[in-house]
Design a protein around this ligand. Sequence first.
Ligand SMILES: Cc1ncc(COP(=O)(O)O)c(C=O)c1O
Length: 475
Amino acid sequence: MGSRLTLDECFNLDPQTAKRLYSKHINPALMNIYRSLGLANMDVESAEGMEILLGDGTSVLDFSAAIGVVGLGHNHPRILAAERRCQDEKILDAIKVAPHKLQGALAHNLAAILPDPLSVCFFSVSGAEAVEAALKICEKAQGPKKTKFITTSNSFHGKTHGAMSITRSGGFHRGFLMGIPQENVIEVEYGSLASLRQAIESPPGSGPGNDIIAFIVEPIQGENLSEGAHGYLEAAVELCRGNNILTIFDEVKMGMGRTGHFCSFQAEDVVPDVVTLSKALGGGKRAIGAMVSTPELFERAYGSRQDCSLHTSTFSGLGSSCAVAIEALNVYFEEDLLDHARVQGEYLRSQLESLKDIHEGSILELRGRGLIQGIRFNFGRHRFDNMIDTSKMGVFKTVDSAFMASVIRDLFERHHILAHFAPSAPDILHIMPPLIVEKEHLDRFVDAIDDILQRGFIRTAGDFLKGNFKDLLGS
Ligand SMILES: Cc1ncc(COP(=O)(O)O)c(C=O)c1O
């Protein structure tokens, strides 16, 4: 118990108090990680477009886009106008006993954008919830005789019980029961048709005929930015269809124009049975996701009066969230952001290729496309590759994480650029700016990486240790 803060006091919290409250009431261990990355003291005043503005006047270039949420940049004027309109017109946000017109309208717009027959939507408030809805619609439609899902190695689909049980990266299941028992989940090698075929034709522990409900896959993997060879998705869907297995493409991270297509799977001539979207769908302001399926699948799963409300949720499709998502989608197309992402992505790749040539040995590989790209650094462990399999040894992952943390800290402190990496693939720096990024921002980012590589990882890591030491003394 204690005294409550007013909204005014909350908006004006000093950085030290803000840090203390987060540590005490939210997550102290996570706070320590932010501290070691040099990000705990960020005294954010406001954010606009590509920039986060700090209290001391520093402008930070956002190359992480809240891991995909901020597709249109911070506080896009048309998103703010949509929010304002909802408030000025006092729109009805929540109604649970009658249909909301904006839900149907948003679903209509998504259907207009996505390839046929993807046209029936369930709105969630998160990506994991969209994945849950996808698993459930497939399970219900396939009936009780089918009991298994196929997932891929290194996948990430969220941290709710069901989504976590088909996630394979990051060890996120540590200490939890699995929502879907693991005997009901088959893992195949990501990108390998042979592995998928084998799982379908001779699934472990099954009798004749397959009992597989659906195959879920990220068209580009969000953690390590791997993708299958061109044609993988098309062949996988064909193989699944031939065996009465449904397909779910999880586009929560890669969708919404990031790769230069609305969904990343649209680089191929293929349509799955279900697509999941979220993150940037809410224009950076609203928590909303979508599970989009087909009329035929919806009819099979929830088509009867008895079953039509088997999968619903309280906050599904609030009026303002739908309004903002409708406007976000319109901005993507009216401002040609898909083409922009493709063109800027190509420019970024050409600059990164040049950097790779200059710093031969420090950059092992470039991954991704459009405005989700990754630089795989060589922090030194590959020197041991012909003696041992370093990828399987935790100690090397820890060393990679420490080097990558030093790169993130340096980017922030010396270059005022915010970037991130996935701890499950700690040698890959993610480049994920809002889609409004311009050439000059990309040049600034590439110059910063060039500078870090010229100084060398060892010196950057030395500065990192010094910075952490100072933080420890100061806290
Ligand atoms: C591919 C993918 N699926 C699902 C999720 C889960 O989304 P959320 O964190 O909104 O639950 C994520 C989150 O990063 C994701 O990248």
